[in-house]
Design a binder for this molecule. Structure first.
Ligand SMILES: CC(C)(COP(=O)(O)OP(=O)(O)OC[C@H]1O[C@@H](n2cnc3c(N)ncnc32)[C@H](O)[C@@H]1OP(=O)(O)O)[C@@H](O)C(=O)NCCC(=O)NCCS
Length: 150
């Protein structure tokens, strides 16, 4: 299987629409996707497999370059990564992570980080195998709703 990994560009907004539909089952507008992809801090990295007639989405990685306060540099926040079930365990996820690590190096970022849960054993095994280290095993994620109360 031939898989191509690349960052989607603003001119590919329609392709991003189809990716969001496939992986999140959400309809987004091409205008929104064009704006999203035009933001240099947003990285939508995709893996396309050679299909019979047209390329198929094998997976994607969404990351944001966070600007640091205490130094003139960015840190990559890997917000999501998903490989379509039929393409798993074939190195697609590893190729997406390698691509991000190349960007981190090329753009002289200080590194990259990702959150997951111990209950997601597949993701834990995957991140460990990719060479990432658990820096703080005590992290806890709190979230605020817009309404504030609950
Ligand atoms: C986690 C995920 C992205 C991995 O993608 P993938 O393309 O299957 O991963 P790769 O084929 O590149 O795997 C590379 C290595 O990671 C490890 N790994 C991958 N999946 C694993 C699993 N389910 N359990 C344990 N280790 C795993 C293995 O060491 C694997 O090498 P091997 O296949 O030679 O044993 C994929 O399983 C997925 O989309 N999961 C659902 C979404 C998700 O949980 N995302 C993470 C959110 S935090």
């Amino acid at each position: 299987m031939e898989v191509k990994v690349k960052r989607l560009e603003a001119t590919e907004a329609l392709r991003a629409v189809s990716l969001v539909k496939l992986f999140y089952a959400k309809e987004v507008s091409p205008q929104h996707m064009e704006r999203f992809l035009s933001n240099p801090a947003n990285y939508l990295i995709v893996a396309e497999a050679d299909g019979n007639s047209h390329p198929a989405w094998a997976g994607f990685l969404l990351a944001y370059a966070l600007e640091r306060l205490k130094e003139d540099a960015h840190k990559m926040f890997i917000y999501d990564i998903e490989v379509a079930e039929e393409y798993r365990r074939q190195g697609v996820g590893a190729a997406l992570i390698s691509h991000v690590r190349r960007i981190v190096k090329q753009e002289e970022m200080v590194g990259a980080f990702v959150f997951t849960n111990y209950s997601n054993e597949g993701a834990v095994g995957f991140y460990k195998s990719s060479g990432a280290k658990i820096v703080n095993g005590d992290d806890l994620l709190f979230a605020y709703s817009r309404e504030g109360e609950n």
